[in-house]
Design a protein around this ligand. Sequence first.
Ligand SMILES: *Cc1c(COP(=O)(O)O)cnc(C)c1O
Length: 380
Amino acid sequence: MKVEFYRHNLGEDEIKEVTETLRSLFLTTAGKTARFEQELARFLGVKHVVGVTSCTAALHLSLVALGIGPGDEVIVPAMTFIATINPVFWVGARPVLADVDEETGLLLPETVEGLITPRTRAIIPVHLYGAMADMRGFRALADRYNIAIIEDAAHCVEGSRDNIRPGQLGDAACFSFYATKNMTSGEGGAIATMRDDLAERLRILRLHGMSKGAAERYSSKTYIHWDMIDLGYKYNMFDIQAALLLPQIAKLEENLKRREWICQRYEEAFSRMGGLDFPKVPKGCRSARHLFTVWVHERIRDDVLRYLGEHGVGCAVNYRAVHTLTYYRQRLGHKPQDFPNALSIGNRTVTLPLYPGLRDEEVEYVIETLGAALQELRLA
Ligand SMILES: *Cc1c(COP(=O)(O)O)cnc(C)c1O
């Protein structure tokens, strides 16, 4: 059997919507993008959604829009994807790494508090694997120290915690529609915010800093001049992306149900298996169930990856601790033991297939194959 690490779920609904867009006047940012932004905002229960080209762009624009730059510090977890951190360097600020909770892999408000200095301007909690960070705790902390929160919600469109959803308490929440995410247009992203001022600034910054977008310029019968009022970027979501995404919003809940079922089957089977553990979903949290990772002993992790690959189970590592990667090591100078929980999680992680199209027999095959791997490797 061959079980792909990920298979997308796009079909006739998406093809129809894209075809309609291709036959229409606008290919760039216009009506479909606006409709997607409104519908995602309604789904999330936030005031504004601004569509962009990636989550990385979303994080970068959020930092720029919040005025974060040289001399500033931004606190980020050491267990995340590199895209959480690189935009902090781009704006000239310094990423201050923080260790994560050993049970959940999430950044904790109490860990962050000890790292706040007069130069701290923002915190970027990551809703890792789909489980939300403690946003009520982070909001209280941010208010106390007058700093901003940018949520990396790349894994967490559908999640909630203590009745709070991404974008409701953070200044900005950044989403990814990359090829393997829960909702995808191959590449794409969005920013959710409750703040009118931030939404307006983000809209201007995502398109060169221009005062008017293409659709707005066109909808006037006669030519109208635009102005450039800020130094912006070229990060605007366009209508073909939005067309791919629009039909997926209505399927988010149903797809989550299927992933939740698969996760429960995994958890039930893995609780009975020796030699392996998995991240816990915190109390009060509805996980968006984006990734299912198991933690095996670090001595056998790479052998488990190899065994699964050789037996047709697609797998990955989400993620190795960022401070062990060459660029950050050279630039920030951390030792592996500076963030022991992130280091340990990063050395033990194996990510298994998880998507709504994963069939029951494939789920069972993944469980069996992982069991066989552990048995063989313990004997070896
Ligand atoms: C995928 C991902 C990103 C980057 O998303 P892009 O849309 O590819 O830029 C950022 N953070 C996390 C945690 C991710 O998993």
